[in-house]
Design a protein. Structure first.
Length: 129
């Protein structure tokens, strides 16, 4: 039997007033941004979506809802009177994110599928309630 104290990690909930959006980057864009000479990216609008433009590609920004919430955690600041300096005292849940922003490569004159994907299921679901 272990003699170590296994009291766990204290977690508290203290949401901040900051709104967070998580951006899911395609691997080729991530590699480009992590390179020695990262390019300048620009954000523009179109009639159907916001567009993120790199020197050689354009991406459409799409919001994706998730049934599994993502919880953003921050280390708890130690209390100088009760804890040893430098010793972690726990975690604080600062935000819960229910949607992410996905980047979809744009093709020629393709229209955003957001309006098409929404309609029928939501209409049928609402009628049944």
């Amino acid at each position: 039997m272990s003699s170590q104290d296994n009291s766990g990690i204290p977690v508290s909930h203290a949401p901040s007033n900051t709104n967070y959006k998580l951006l899911e980057l395609p691997s080729e864009l991530l590699e480009l941004l992590e390179s020695d000479n990262p390019p300048v990216l620009t954000l523009t609008s179109s009639p159907t979506a916001a567009l993120l433009k790199s020197p050689d590609k354009t991406y459409s920004l799409r919001q994706k809802n998730t049934s599994n919430a993502l919880i953003l955690l921050s280390p708890a600041l130690p209390d100088p009177e009760t804890s040893t300096p430098g010793e972690p005292t726990g975690l604080i849940a600062i935000a819960t994110v229910h949607e992410t922003i996905e980047l979809v490569p744009e093709t020629g004159g393709a229209k955003a599928p957001a309006t098409i994907a929404r309609g029928k299921w939501h209409e049928r679901f609402a009628k049944g309630r």
